[in-house]
Write a protein that binds this ligand. Structure first.
Ligand code: NAP
Ligand code: GDD
Length: 382
């Protein structure tokens, strides 16, 4: 049985990757941070009681900023594969927490590489580093491939730049099987709620259910190459199965603006929105409704409420979401991954949005039910 250690197991990718590896017969160990609330929602379906024998999922408390803790866990687990997915992964937040981001996202992987070296696990343990298309930042070439020069545009990207190169350096210096997956944006129903796609699908669902009136967004013109996280964790695994370590771009090769993502998310439930105005004055207005589609996707009982919104604004711009330096466009060329890993994405942008909208509609209906007192009272003193 192969043993994998995943840092960031409670995150979006950690959840999909653990399920994928457990299905392949791995014993999966994950590092999670201590938190005052349960933070394992995304992997609860995989959780096994510690008293179960031969568990396939084992969690350890830890933090990427604590080298001794990482070294101890790696020594205990003796992993065949380490997937370093843990990071302060929000680009905008990295401008507020630059030092912490450098520590966790930059030095974090150094601590892992060094632990593997000092524990004499170089021959046994393969390492995957979660690198990112953010490295390309102010893009120097379109589309971006493995040879495109980097130009980071945020503390997050600058930290990930160090992480990228220290991974390459340990590979070259010590012969480690250490690889970078340069993954372009990937999303899913498990995506964190403050990333743009999830913010949009949640808001569209709430607007459709009459729980919310208008969403406020940042730069509507930036463009991203969005894939589905399920496809991308397959690539992580494939990278570590290669005989030789290397770095790979993982992307769909299709680029969409935030504006079009919003249009498509509303379109998924039969609502047409049109954008008008410029810069901070830009808004989106509901201009038409396909009642049959809306009834099928959202529910007939919500048609009347939504019909009243025709002609009204549902999207506005709030400069608080602008970034001091923006990455305006990202589009990847994953030819190397296609040729060497045999990797192809199964989800296109429309299938991704469908998956996310379906999931958020269900979640929001449950949320509305709870707020009506369905599951439990929300007020602690009543
Ligand atoms: P995510 O949902 O934000 O998950 C990040 C994970 O890292 C969470 O489990 C988080 O724990 C954990 N973490 C944060 N700081 C930590 C620390 N100091 N010590 C230990 N764990 C820590 O991110 P994701 O979307 O799954 O992305 C996974 C990795 O791929 C990240 O490194 C990200 O930067 C990178 N990446 C993501 C994308 C993308 O589009 N999703 C693209 C390229 C690269 P909590 O649950 O406790 O917060
Ligand atoms: N989050 C957010 N919220 N982004 C917005 C908003 C908003 O209200 N309005 C517009 N945007 C724009 C951002 O300015 C950015 O250009 C784009 O939407 C995508 O933002 P995010 O979804 O926050 O993702 P990201 O591209 O900055 O970073 C993600 O992808 C990287 C890979 O390229 C993260 O997952 C990173 O961890 C990852 O490395």
């Amino acid at each position: 049985m192969k043993v994998a250690l995943i840092t960031g197991i409670t995150g979006q990718d950690g959840a999909y990757l653990s399920e994928y590896l457990i299905k392949k017969g791995y014993e999966v160990h994950g590092i999670k941070r201590r938190s005052s609330l349960f933070n394992t929602d995304r992997i609860d379906h995989l959780y096994q009681d510690p008293h179960v024998q031969d568990r396939s999922l084992i969690l350890h408390y830890g933090d990427l900023t604590d080298s001794m803790n990482l070294t101890r866990i790696i020594e205990e687990v003796q992993p065949d594969e380490i997937y370093n997915l843990a990071a302060m992964s929000h680009v905008k937040v990295s401008f507020d927490t630059p030092e912490y981001t450098a520590n966790a996202d930059g030095l974090g992987v150094l601590r892992i590489l060094e632990a593997v070296r000092l524990l004499r696990l170089v021959e046994k343990t393969r390492i995957y580093q979660a690198s990112t298309s953010e490295l390309y930042g102010l893009v120097q070439e379109v589309p971006q491939r493995e040879t495109t020069p980097f130009y980071p545009r945020s503390p997050y990207a600058a930290a990930k730049l160090y992480a990228y190169w220290i991974t390459v350096n340990y590979r070259e210096a010590y012969g480690m099987h250490a690889s970078n997956g340069i993954l372009f944006n990937h999303e899913s129903p498990l995506r964190g709620e403050t990333f743009v796609t999830r913010k949009v699908t949640r808001a569209v669902a709430r607007i459709a259910l009459g729980m919310y009136t208008k969403m406020f967004m940042g730069n509507l013109s930036s463009r991203r190459d969005w894939g589905h996280a399920k496809d991308y964790v397959r690539a992580m695994y494939a990278i570590l199965q290669q005989e030789k370590p290397s770095d790979y771009v993982i992307a769909t090769g299709v680029m969409t603006t935030i504006r079009d993502f919003i249009r498509k998310a509303f379109g998924e439930i039969g609502i047409k929105v049109d954008f008008k105005g410029k810069c901070t004055e830009e808004v989106a207005i509901v201009t038409a409704m396909d009642k049959i589609r809306f009834g099928e996707t959202v529910g007939e009982e919500y048609i009347q409420g939504m019909e009243k919104r025709i002609g009204e604004e549902v999207v506005g711009v709030d400069p608080q979401y602008f970034r001091p330096t923006e990455v305006e466009m990202l589009i990847g060329d994953a030819s190397k991954a296609r040729e060497q890993l045999g990797w192809e994405p199964k989800y296109g942008i429309d299938a991704l949005i469908k998956d996310m909208m379906e999931s958020d509609l269900l979640l929001m209906k449950k949320d509305a039910y709870i707020k009506k007192g369905g599951y439990r009272a929300l007020n602690y003193f009543e």
